[in-house]
Ligand binder design. Sequence first.
Ligand code: DP6
Length: 357
Amino acid sequence: MSRQWIADAPSNIALIKYMGKLVATADSSRNTPTNASLSLTLDHLTTRVRVREVDGPKGSLSWSPLVLPGWDVPVISQMGQARFLKHASRCLEKLESTENRALLIESANSFPSDCGLASSASSFAALTVAMAKVSGRDVDDPAIRRRLSELSREGSGSSCRSLYTPWALWKTEGAEPVSGLPKAGQLRHLALIVDEEKKTVSSSEAHVRVTSSLLFRGRVARADERLATLLDLLKRSSGENDLHAWNQAANIVWAESWDMHALFETSDPPFGYFVPGSVQALNAIRELSSEIRNELGTNHFREPMVTMDAGPNVHVILWVDPMTESFVHRLQSKLHGRIKIIDSNQFRNSDSGKRPV
Ligand code: DP6
């Protein structure tokens, strides 16, 4: 009888960014970051990987899209498939798997794959966990999980953070969970999808190119300082329900996002991800925040935390309070339905990993 193994893993958004590798190379097996990064796990945006024993040459690996009702069928280039399968084989080897049948690896995303949201983090994390199951490992054992995070990093750096939720801190080898920060239920995540095109410069390529920027000098110290301050502020905003700490944290996240995009734009040659819709979205958030600040007074408004990945879309993290619903509603009307919003709230109470109805 042929066997199968299934694993789900979430995406994540970095608040302190992984940008720059110690060995500046596009070779994905050496994803050693120049600085530590911190991310919020996006439990509603998941990838599912199913591995099945199939007929075929012993030990061979192949990929195909996983077709599941309500899930998105990913389209992966030949190069992308080769990278994915290379990672699968690396996992089997490093986890000392005894499996020797031909394996078919299938994957699907719970979110539209073409919407420009990072699926590589969730894909590589789900693949790593799936291959660990194939290798007979207990993926819930904390020591194994730590090992899987290190291994996932070799496939795609940011994926190592997707092994933990709701917060993950990645210093060097693998990520670790962080306690004492706001709980998932205290936060709401919006992804403002302004452009669904595939990016012209991949993040792996961006890691190499940013080292040519003069601003890269001092980057590690800036990121380290922000990380320490941000962790402290997030702890205060959570534990002491401190509104000012949250608002200062939002400022740090904003500055960090611009720091990364400034690295892109000052590389030699420069490159960037902003499109007109990005600026429109950022302006709408700024305008709305200023309106609400005026209505409520600065001491009563928790600012939205805004960040962008290596892409044109805008991520917003909101503190859930009586204002949140109206903030989202007013933002939607400011954007006149021209910019699609993927809202983590749409997924609440639905089965994990399923698309909203
Ligand atoms: C901008 O993890 O995609 O999203 O390690 O080469 O696969 P590789 O790069 P990747 O880089 C992600 C960079 C980022 C910031 C972040 O997630 O920290």
